[in-house]
Design a protein around this ligand. Structure first.
Ligand SMILES: Nc1nc2c(ncn2[C@@H]2O[C@H](COP(=O)(O)OP(=O)(O)OP(=O)(O)O)[C@@H](O)[C@H]2O)c(=O)[nH]1
Length: 307
């Protein structure tokens, strides 16, 4: 299955509602605009983006005399794609690089670290993983399995250890092994818990300090928030809180295969002006993809064929 097909399959549920409007909308009437705005809001794009996109499309339809719903499909794809920001760097391609994965419990951090490690090792990169999720024993075991499968070393400590010390250890090990890409998993935490967020800020600071004195020269540290797309608008609150506490570099949106709320990617990316580095559309290693705003929006809006 090609890139677009698997992305399209992943976004099937988000696309269904939009397709109803385009298939059955027929002529562009007042009802069409109302349905479009409601559907965008329900897809968790956020009311302000939904309204802005609908207004812009309405202006365009008037100017260009577009009278059928189908004619507007492409214009909608283009307009939605404009809401995303692009990044000047990719934390996984542009090495040396240290990446800390943060997010709430169950967002998909451990799985994403495993998928990225596999892909990078496959490309021939010297990768190492740090398991700074010292809270959940299963996370350490999970990473071990991913590490073994990909032939990547996993640096870990006993459950309950100080997570910042794991970050130190993995950077020591990276110095010894000449690793160019260091991936660090952290424990899931609620963005509303000030204590846990402070602990995480300490982990980030310690990592930055240690990475600045890496043997082969300073390594940039990137903080990436992993968000489960199915959390809908709550994903936006998570992103705001994590960004305030840590200063995020970008986002990875997971589980786009299991939700009708793919629009949350837009809400987060446009509100925080943060790039989306990867998207998860399934549990397997190949189900993590690079993010392309236009492809994403095309998969979300559909191409007009009945599926
Ligand atoms: N369908 C689907 N499932 C995913 C995706 N990414 C992760 N998962 C699943 O989500 C569940 C939780 O993933 P984990 O990687 O353990 O989440 P975590 O953020 O490390 O969890 P904590 O350590 O508790 O914070 C697992 O069952 C994963 O297989 C995805 O893109 N699609």
């Amino acid at each position: 299955m090609g890139f677009f097909d698997s992305l399209s399959r992943g976004l099937e549920r988000s696309r269904e509602a939009l397709n109803q409007i385009f298939y059955f909308g027929g002529d562009v009437t007042e009802d069409f605009w109302e349905d479009l705005e409601d559907t965008l809001v329900m897809g968790d794009m956020g009311a302000d983006i939904a309204m802005q996109v609908t207004d812009d499309l309405r202006d365009m339809a008037a100017k260009r005399n577009l009278t059928s719903a189908r004619q507007l499909r492409e214009a909608l794809t283009d307009r939605l794609a404009e809401t995303f920001v692009s990044s000047e760097f990719d934390p996984f391609d542009d090495t040396p690089s240290v990446v800390l994965f943060v997010g709430i419990n169950g967002a998909g951090k451990t799985t994403t670290v495993g998928k990225i490690a596999s892909a990078a090792a496959h490309e021939g990169k010297n990768v190492i993983i740090g398991s700074a999720d010292t809270f959940r024993a299963a996370a350490i075991e999970q990473l071990d399995v991913w590490g073994k499968r990909a032939g990547v070393s996993v640096v870990k400590r006993d459950r309950g250890s100080d997570p910042a010390s794991v970050c130190y250890d993995v950077l020591d090990e990276a110095d010894k092994c000449g690793s160019e890409l260091v991936l660090i998993d952290t424990a899931g935490r609620l963005h509303t818990s000030a204590d846990l967020m402070r602990e995480l800020a300490k982990v980030v600071n310690v990592t930055r300090k240690r990475a600045a004195s890496a043997a082969a020269g300073p390594m940039p540290v990137r903080v990436v928030l992993v968000i489960d797309a199915a959390t809908g608008q709550n994903g936006l609150n998570q992103a705001l809180e994590f960004n305030e506490a840590l200063g995020l570099d970008g986002i990875i949106m997971t589980k786009l295969d299991g939700t009708a709320k793919g629009g949350i990617a837009m809400a987060v990316a446009s509100k925080l002006k943060l790039p989306i580095f990867r998207i998860g559309v399934g549990e397997q290693v190949e189900d993590l993809q690079r993010f392309d705003a236009h492809e994403f929006c095309r998969a979300l809006v559909g191409n007009g064929d009945k599926e």
